[in-house]
Design a protein around this ligand. Structure first.
Ligand code: BES
Ligand code: MN
Ligand code: ZN
Length: 533
């Protein structure tokens, strides 16, 4: 799929389908925050939900609130007539196809609602662009054009507008279908960005948006591949391959090196598998060497069977996604390098399988981490923390400005927050504020979770310093965070992101994520965080 920025009127172009954005006039009574384009509804094709059973009075009252601008008289008349009839309302996530309209240089017109403009932000645009793309895909067309003049004026900068739109479309274009034999579904080949005048910032926004979204899509692909086709070795190889031609340096440690580097906790998790563990070290230096790096650590369990404390078989196939934290750190580092950001970043991904082989950890086994702390493995399924801890110790040795880790760490996180918010844990209030701002900027949802000495106390071991499971009931995500904290130097700002709920299957939340599949959660936020120090 390629993008083209065109300075032209709609009438002068030739395309299969043109997207016209509509919105709602401000109305103090009915426009509320909740109307913001963050609805979970996904409408597409020629469905129209605005119809009010022929009640023309209500329809025309609604119609008077629909805004259609920056289009020719003919298009305006067409859409306002539809509004009059109650077919379009300008609501967020609305997507109505006018087949064979043969107006505005296009065969079809797709009217995509933005909702009210009061709470409108770049995430609303990302979602609207995704809705438009999905609607166009449903119409089985090859070329589409976005009528940029139809976007209402906002205070959002032009490059941000373009980046959000490009991300919405590029993220929506991802699907994991390489193992489906037979006829491939039709794809959109060209997306034209059409405006009547040249807009400064569109090129830059397009370039940034494409890099970011392609890196997210790459991480999704790493996550979507099944365990047999994305082993730790393959994950490392794919990272090396993806970094070619960029200034991202990738070093891969094998089991022997992991052992000699005293990562005994990480190594222990790998012992039940025939697959060799790998420690992927990524470094990108875009700033002066005097600038402290920002360090990202990601959990890379290419398959988590639970080990000897084996998981129930129902749904176990989802544990191929247990490397999404790692995949998303890889995506973050790639994006930083491809965007040529003026930052220094390090990415660390311990990657292994968790299997119940003859050498596997047994409940009660005691292992020694890189910082010398001893750990009782009382449940071999609490393995994420056993590989992250050694990586966190190594991260601290790099004397970073901050450390962020991403991990599909606990089922308890899914219970607490579901698949909308990623829970994060930090005791550092300033860092929490930085994270909230970064997530707002990137359009991802995060929620700060508690982390206290009580949670840490629950992780004390009976025969060793620590146990890998909590001695009390509940707060399983916080006690896991409390465990990880024991491997981070007190003076280094650190936050742990539990993406167990948001790492995959979030397509019911946002129109730019696959219904089923890895999401790339926190990559966009991490790219922001890389630039926050
Ligand atoms: N990878 C899982 C966590 C997980 C479960 C993520 C379901 C997404 C969906 C992790 O390794 C795990 O098994 N955690 C255990 C910890 C427990 C044994 C203390 C859990 O959450 O049940
Ligand atoms: Mn597990
Ligand atoms: Zn796991």
């Amino acid at each position: 799929m390629k993008f083209e920025i065109l300075k032209s009127t709609l009438e002068q172009i030739q395309t299969d389908l043109v997207v016209i954005f509509t919105s709602k006039k401000p109305d103090s009574k009915s426009e509320s925050k909740s109307e913001k384009g963050k609805s979970s509804e996904r409408k597409s094709g020629s469905t129209s939900k605005a119809s009010t059973k022929g009640d023309s009075k209500i329809a025309s009252k609604e119609a008077s609130r629909v805004v259609v601008e920056g289009v020719s008289k003919a298009v305006q008349v067409k859409l306002m007539t539809a509004a009059d009839e109650g077919s379009i309302s300008g609501s967020a996530a609305e997507c109505v196809l006018f087949r064979d309209a043969n107006l505005a240089g296009a065969r079809h017109i797709l009217a995509v609602g933005l909702g009210g403009m009061k709470a409108f932000d770049s995430e609303s645009l990302r979602q609207a662009a995704a809705t438009a793309f999905n609607g166009a895909k449903g119409a089985k067309v090859k070329t589409i054009a976005l009528a940029m003049d139809s976007l209402p004026h906002t205070s959002i900068e032009a490059d941000t507008v373009m980046q959000a739109i490009t991300e919405g479309i590029t993220l929506s274009s991802y699907s994991f279908n390489e193992f489906k034999t037979g006829k491939k579904e039709s794809v959109i080949e060209t997306v034209q960005i059409v405006s009547s005048h040249k807009v400064k910032g569109f090129e830059k926004g397009l370039e940034t948006g494409e890099i970011v979204a392609n890196c997210v899509n790459f991480s999704r692909w790493l996550g979507d591949r099944p365990g047999n086709l994305m082993t730790p070795t393959m994950l490392a190889d794919e990272t090396v391959k993806a970094a070619k031609g960029t200034k991202l340096k990738v070093t891969v440690w094998d089991a022997k090196k992991i052992k000699s580097e005293k990562m005994g906790s990480f190594l222990s998790v790998s012992l039940g598998s025939v697959q060799e563990p790998k420690f992927i070290v990524m470094e990108y230096n875009g700033a002066a060497s005097s600038k402290k790096p920002v360090c990202f650590v990601g959990k890379g369990l290419t398959f988590d069977s639970g080990g000897i404390s084996i998981k129930p078989s129902g749904g176990m196939e989802e544990m191929k996604y247990d490397m999404c934290g790692g995949a998303n750190v890889i995506g973050t580092l790639l994006a930083c390098a491809k965007l040529k950001l003026k930052v220094n970043v390090i990415g660390l991904v311990p990657t292994t399988e968790n299997m119940p082989g003859p050498n596997a950890n047994k409940p009660g086994d005691i292992v020694v981490a890189r910082n010398g702390k001893t750990i009782e493995v009382n449940n071999t399924d609490a393995e994420g923390r056993l590989i992250l801890n050694d990586a966190l110790v190594y991260a601290c040795e790099q004397k970073p400005a901050a450390i962020f880790d991403a991990a599909t760490l606990t089922g308890a996180m899914v219970v607490a927050l579901g698949n909308l918010h990623t829970g994060f844990f930090t005791r550092n209030d300033k860092l929490a504020k930085t994270i909230d701002e970064a997530a707002k900027e990137s359009g991802e949802w995060v929620w700060r979770m508690p982390l206290t000495d009580f949670h840490v106390r629950d992780m004390k071991g009976t025969y060793a310093d620590l146990s890998n499971i909590s001695s009390s009931k509940g707060a399983g995500s916080a006690t896991a965070a409390g465990f990880l904290e024991q491997f981070v130097d007190k003076d280094i700002p650190w936050a742990h992101f539990d993406i167990a709920g948001t790492g995959w299957h979030i397509g019911d939340r946002v129109p730019y994520a696959p219904r089923k599949g890895a999401s790339g959660a926190m990559i966009r936020t991490f790219i922001q965080l890389a630039q926050a120090f």
